[in-house]
Each structure stands twice: as C-alpha cells, then as structure tokens.
Write a new protein. Sequence first.
Length: 197
Amino acid sequence: MPSRALSRWAREAGLELDELEAAHARVGSTRRTGRALARQIAHAYLVAIAAQFQRFCRDLHSEASQHLADAVEPKVFRGAVLRLLTEGRRLDAGNANAGTLGADFDRLGLEFWAEVEATAANRRLLRDLERLNVWRNAIVHQDFTLKPGREKLVRGTTPDRIRDVRRWRESCDALARIFDGIVRSHVGGVVGGAPWR
C-alpha cells in the first residue's frame, strides 16, 4: 500500500498540475500574445511540479520518521527521536535535489542514493530532476545565466517547451513511486511489518 505522501502526490498534486496543463492547452501558442502566455503558464507549471515534488519528499520523510519514532521503546523517547529525525531537515528549506534528499533520508538509517541509483533508468530520472531544479531556480530567481556545468546538463531543454515540462513531471512521478517503495521497505524492515496501511 502506498504512503499517504504518495497518495497525496497522485491525487491532490496531480489535480493541481493537471489544471496547469489544461490551462496551457487552452491558451495555445499561435499568436504572439498566445505564445507569451503559454510560456508563462509553462514556467508556472514547472515551478508547481518542483514545489509539489518537494512537498511529496518532505511528507514521505515525515511519515517515515513518525513510524520509526513510534517504534521506539520506552515511549518517553519517541518525541526526542522524532525531533532528531526531522529538525533542521533540508527539505524544509531547499529544493528536492541530490543533496537535500540524501542528507534527509540518510538520517533514517537508509543509504538512500545507493538504493535509488541501482539502475540506469533511475539515473536518467535523477538527471531529469536535476534539470527541473536548474530551470525552477532560473525561473523563480529570474536569472537565466546558468553556472558553469549547468549549461551542459540542460542543453537541448527549455522551460518554455511544454513537452520538456511534461517529461520532468513524468520523471518526478516515477521517482515518487521509487522513493516510496525504498522508504517503505526500509522502514518496514526496521519496525517489523508494513509501515503504512
């Protein structure tokens, strides 16, 4: 069974992101004003994907942390363990990227990136997540001057093209399912049984 975080990503976030996709389709990009508005909606869509994915990752971490803390005996230490797992969490202030995700999920006793990077397909998904975050930062900070090394990473992609934005959403969707499975398996192994039902 999926976590509440994954269910929320699939339903609530999915509906909000679908609305932006539909708005983009309604605007079209045939006239000059239509192209400009379509670009703005594509940018908003991209930023919303990054924000919703960050929320999913933070929610998954919170859910896993709660289950691990609930298994601690004696009960008097549960609050302290929960605080140790969640205070100063990088996902509370930063993008869902390799640094924040690794630092936060490793606190759960998990070798997160070793698990996630087990297949080449997952590495491709992670590159898409990195591209999404590069363009998200460029849009949000209105600074499209990319740092050295970033230009090569995003070459051939643009936040203006809806097909690129759709691909990044699909990659986040696949990563959400992968992350959920990895964390569920780890937490289940620690607490002895399915962590969420």
